[in-house]
Design a protein around this ligand. Structure first.
Ligand code: SF4
Ligand code: SF4
Length: 134
């Protein structure tokens, strides 16, 4: 198979501006933070992120005040991402294990769990605060 037909497209892409922003935001190198400073000063513009569609299943949110510690969410979670904490009768969600199926939100009798549109979950540390919901 010849790659020659791809060459015009490859050359075109070399001169195109990126369509996305660098990610994740908290690990941005100085070159980008300087760029963000320019955005703040109004001398540069950001490519806006793509809006999430309705019913998007992103990072889980937990309202611990309403939780009764019944453990149903723990039982239905197919990826064992939820842990019941016996001492407090509350739960902890390990977001790095979550597959965003939403079964826990469906079964919770108190409506204490719901999916948000948060999707910026890339992290080098699976135990970072960003990836633990409790
Ligand atoms: S959304 Fe699915 S995988 Fe994620 S915590 Fe709930 S049940 Fe587990
Ligand atoms: S199903 Fe709802 S009430 Fe029960 S432990 Fe999970 S979050 Fe709490």
């Amino acid at each position: 198979m010849s790659f020659l037909p791809m060459i015009p497209e490859l050359v075109r892409q070399l001169f195109k501006k990126p369509a996305t922003n660098q990610f994740p935001a908290k690990y941005l190198p100085p070159s980008v933070t300087e760029f963000l400073a320019k955005v703040g000063a109004g001398t540069a513009t950001l490519t806006p992120p793509v809006a999430t569609p309705p019913k998007f299943r992103g990072k889980i949110a937990y309202q611990r005040d309403g939780c009764i510690g019944c453990g149903l969410c723990v039982k239905v979670c197919p990826s064992h991402a939820i842990e019941l904490l016996p001492e407090t009768k509350r739960i902890r969600v390990w977001v790095d294990q979550c597959i965003f199926c939403s079964q826990c939100t469906d079964i919770c009798p108190k409506g204490s769990l719901h999916m948000t549109d948060g999707f910026m979950l890339a992290d080098e540390d699976r135990y970072s605060e960003n990836l633990i919901v409790e």
